[in-house]
Design a binder for this molecule. Structure first.
Ligand SMILES: *Cc1c(COP(=O)(O)O)cnc(C)c1O
Length: 389
């Protein structure tokens, strides 16, 4: 089996091969066939590449081939965003009367699927404390069809015991879906712990350059066939150019991740020591309450950390204002460092009570890019100094 860097460069080579070294962009909405039989077959070929771009396009198949091989799954598919991947996957596997378990600490869009969309469709949901495998066990009902996990979680960097959840789900005939956006297959492969399906906001590390919205799903072909069927109805198709950009981004994922890991750890260690900081949430720190579990299931800890300032909302806001390199922006995983203050960003979306339940007021989420480690460390320390005075 080749290594990750080789996979990222070559795994798509046999899909629509041509003499072009860089894959051509198939900027077409539809494809033609020689005869009726070929045409009819192309229409039902799951994630095919020869019928109609909503059904599949060579640029989709190429990006998906690399994702599948990196995640160690039989198949993969790409979607127009991370949310398209989650919503399509969930709608494909649950029906009215079913029950879904999710996490209390999870991406906002995922939380909304669990708290608003699914209940409206007659699917009940339970959100549990992911740090406690027992909480997943207690939430199980005879109708539990799916367990949706996210580890490390956004924005608190809590860890889910993938092996424990996968075992539990398997024993109850439920499916597991892991959001692997923060870890990437370079730092964690959920299927190695028995998880059925993996999803990504490919907008983040997989693409890595903050210039594409995309999603990815990886897992057994049989389950992906069902999700593909539903994707024809949700229609969240990734444009061919964006699929091409995604593939071009993934080529260097194995080169970028070690730097993100290094920068994340360096920022976490530096800020952990700073007198203005109450807590740093980063699974790579020995002080993280689940560091042992992180060590067991991850090989690196990523570029995202969250920092709680002792001075609360105002200090956190001042820190953000004093940063030179990380810009105030709601994403992560790109080569450029970004930072957000969730308690202020969410003011338009949630009421005060919901914000208080989700995050401490003085919490900043930092996404370390691939800049020089010493420049980023000096920048955050200077901003923390300035925020305190
Ligand atoms: C950004 C993000 C998503 C949503 O992805 P989009 O590409 O923005 O739709 C889902 N999960 C996590 C963990 C994320 O960070």
């Amino acid at each position: 089996m080749p290594g990750n860097s080789t996979i990222a460069v070559h795994a798509d080579r046999d899909i629509h091969p041509s003499r072009a070294v860089a894959p051509p962009i198939y900027q077409t909405a539809t494809f033609s066939a020689e005869d009726a039989e070929t045409f009819a077959q192309a229409a039902v070929d799951p994630r095919g590449t020869n019928f109609y771009t909503r059904f599949g396009n060579p640029n989709h198949a190429q990006a998906a081939a690399v994702v599948a091989e990196l995640e160690g799954t039989e198949a993969a598919m790409v979607t127009a965003s991370g949310m398209a991947a989650i919503t399509t996957a969930v709608l494909a596997v649950v029906s009215a009367g079913d029950h879904v378990i999710g996490q209390q600490s999870t991406y906002g869009g995922t939380a909304s699927v669990l708290q608003n969309l699914l209940p409206r469709l007659g699917v009940s949901t339970t959100l549990v404390d992911q740090t406690d495998p027992e909480a997943f066990a207690q939430a199980l009902t005879p109708r539990t069809r799916l367990i949706l996990v996210e580890t490390p979680s956004n924005p608190l960097l809590q860890i889910t015991d993938l092996r424990a959840v996968a075992e539990l789900a398997r024993a109850h005939g439920a499916l597991t879906l892991a959001d692997n956006t923060f870890a990437t297959p370079l730092n964690q492969r959920p299927v190695d712990f028995g998880i059925d399906l993996v999803m990504h906001s490919a907008t983040k590390y997989l693409n890595g350059h903050s210039d594409v919205s995309a999603g990815a799903l990886a897992g057994p072909a049989e389950i992906l066939d069902r999700i593909w069927d539903t994707s024809l109805l949700t229609g969240a198709t990734l444009g061919p150019v964006d699929a091409w950009l995604l593939l071009r981004g993934i080529r260097t994922l194995p080169l970028r991740m070690p730097r993100h890991n290094e920068n994340g750890l360096a920022l976490a260690r530096a800020l952990h020591e700073h007198p203005a900081v109450a807590t740093v949430h980063y699974p790579g720190l020995v002080t993280h309450p689940q560091h042992k579990l992180a060590l067991d299931q991850m090989s690196g800890y990523g570029g995202v950390l969250s920092v709680e300032f002792a001075g609360g909302f105002e200090t956190a806001d001042a820190f953000l204002g004093h940063l030179r390199y990380p810009r105030r922006s709601a994403s992560l995983g790109g080569v450029e460092s970004l930072a957000v203050h969730p308690a202020s960003m969410w003011r338009g979306m949630l009421d005060e009570e919901q914000i208080a339940a989700a995050v401490p007021p003085g919490l900043i989420r930092l996404a370390a890019g691939t800049e020089d480690t010493s420049d980023l460390v000096a920048d955050v320390l200077a901003a923390a100094d300035a925020a305190r005075t």
